[in-house]
Design a protein around this ligand. Structure first.
Ligand SMILES: Cc1cc2nc3c(=O)[nH]c(=O)nc-3n(C[C@H](O)[C@H](O)[C@H](O)COP(=O)(O)OP(=O)(O)OC[C@H]3O[C@@H](n4cnc5c(N)ncnc54)[C@H](O)[C@@H]3O)c2cc1C
Ligand SMILES: NC(=O)c1ccc[n+]([C@@H]2O[C@H](COP(=O)([O-])OP(=O)(O)OC[C@H]3O[C@@H](n4cnc5c(N)ncnc54)[C@H](OP(=O)(O)O)[C@@H]3O)[C@@H](O)[C@H]2O)c1
Length: 391
């Protein structure tokens, strides 16, 4: 075998353009009755795919639109469900293309322009032009509306053909989920921890495209869910098993740590493991709680800090636990520990980042600038042991 053959990793067999049609083999509730969240555990079979993954990778999943939503869109668009159309995947029916090929739960800007071209003069047209003429108003308008909201509101607009309507829509795109299993611990399986998105706007209940599909539509044991593995270039376990790792992951951010811990145990890693988890209520939302407690009892999870935000009058978040444990956390970092953060990018990851900078000041005696430099540059870029997977 030539050295060139050894050096180049084989390409992954499945991709966005050519996904594997996987069988959903388990679907379980992680949150308990009474929770304000709906977080679930899904397992897909990889049998026969040749797909592999490494802790830190994500799985891309395609969904289908809810049939009831599609049928309402068809009725509003005013075309025959069985009308033949040429969709992105070739010849099919109007209904099948709407089920499979286009995003329906979030409207795009294009449709408003499309409606402006076909709506007759009158009150609806004036209202539409007011929205179209102001970018901020347009963004605000489409932010909470789907095509049912929009087609109901501008009912005088009539598209020329089913294809003219489809041309205004955006293609369906997959969603990524942090893989929550280590492959050698679950051969031929990939596990996900998914928070189901449900909300109500303009008097109608709505779901996220992929989370709604998995929760409400995906049939156990049907081999038809398109998936592929999205490799992570950066969110990886420390190469040296003797390195300590600190894993900060509130909510579904805990998912990759289930994979990390499974892998480190199988590898016989001698480094210590510290999990900092947060959710709303201990009684209903301690995701994989029994597994973490079991790992702790067996001596595989050396520290477990939990922040149940709504179990007391004032909020307690993961960064509060970090500050409480600042001395210990700094000692681990000074000892070479990796620090991982996964989950919400908008608020949590920023607050955790700030808490790390504060800890470098209070425990490391660094000035505010030196502390920021240490976290942002030394830990994150030079030593690459502060790793993030945030969304
Ligand atoms: C690298 C990566 C890893 C990820 N890992 C995970 C994971 O492990 N687990 C997990 O659960 N998610 C994870 N996500 C998020 C996931 O990819 C999806 O974004 C999420 O599941 C929502 O997808 P969806 O198709 O159900 O919803 P979408 O169809 O994308 O709808 C979500 C949208 O709905 C709208 N919306 C939501 N709530 C409201 C509201 N109250 N009012 C009005 N509009 C609203 C918003 O526009 C929001 O952007 C990850 C993302 C990335 C990038
Ligand atoms: N891109 C998308 O379309 C999309 C869709 C779904 C989810 N997401 C992201 O995925 C994230 C994960 O969702 P999730 O349901 O698993 O959990 P989550 O919403 O992140 O909540 C987990 C825990 O974090 C707490 N929290 C809230 N603000 C925080 C902060 N600033 N710092 C630290 N902790 C904080 C929550 O407390 P409280 O609730 O009590 O405040 C809760 O206890 C979401 O926050 C969202 O950003 C993205």
């Amino acid at each position: 075998m030539s050295s060139e053959t050894v050096a180049s990793a084989p390409p992954l067999p499945y991709s966005r353009k050519n996904p594997f049609l996987a069988e959903l083999i388990r679907h379980e509730h992680l949150t308990k009755p009474g929770s304000e969240k709906d977080t679930r555990h899904f397992v897909f079979s990889l049998q026969g795919s040749g797909l592999t993954y490494t802790p830190g990778d994500s799985l891309a999943v395609f969904g289908r639109n809810p049939p009831a939503l599609v049928d309402t869109v068809i009725a509003l668009a005013g075309f025959d469900a069985d009308a033949p159309v040429t969709g992105p995947k070739g010849q099919t029916t109007f209904r099948e293309s709407l089920l499979r090929d286009y995003t329906l739960n979030r409207a795009n800007r294009k449709i408003i322009g499309g409606l402006a071209e076909i709506i007759p003069q009158g009150e609806q047209r004036n209202q539409l032009m007011e929205i179209l003429d102001n970018g901020d108003v347009l963004n605000q308008y489409i932010h909470t509306r789907d095509y049912v909201d929009i087609l109901s509101e501008f009912s005088e607009a009539k598209f020329e053909s089913p294809e003219a309507f489809l041309a205004q829509l955006s293609p369906i795109v997959p969603r990524l989920y942090s893989i929550a299993s280590a492959l050698p611990a679950h051969p031929n399986e990939v596990h996900l921890c998914i928070s189901i998105v449900r909300y109500e706007t303009h008097g109608r209940s709505k779901t996220g495209l992929v989370t709604g599909f998995l929760a409400d539509q995906a049939k156990l044991h049907a081999k038809n869910i398109p998936i592929y593995v999205q490799e992570s270039r950066t969110f990886r376990l420390a190469a040296n098993g003797a390195t300590d790792i600190i894993m900060c992951g509130p909510g579904t951010g805990v998912a990759p740590y289930r994979a990390f811990l499974e892998q480190r145990i199988l590898d016989g890693a001698t480094g210590r493991h510290w999990l900092i988890f947060g959710e709303q209520h201990k009684a209903t939302d301690f995701l994989y709680g029994d597994e973490w407690l079991d790992h702790q009892r067996k001596g595989n999870l050396h520290r477990l800090d939990v922040a149940f935000s709504r179990d007391q009058a004032s909020k307690i978040y993961v960064q509060h636990r970090m500050r409480e444990q600042a001395k210990e956390l700094w000692t681990w970092l000074q000892n070479g520990a990796y620090f991982y953060v996964c989950g919400d990018a908008k608020r949590m990851a920023k607050d955790v980042h700030q808490a790390l900078i504060e800890i470098a000041q209070t425990q490391g005696g660094l000035s505010p600038d030196a502390a920021a430099e240490y976290i942002n540059v030394t830990l994150m870029k030079t030593e690459k042991r502060y790793l993030r997977d945030v969304y």
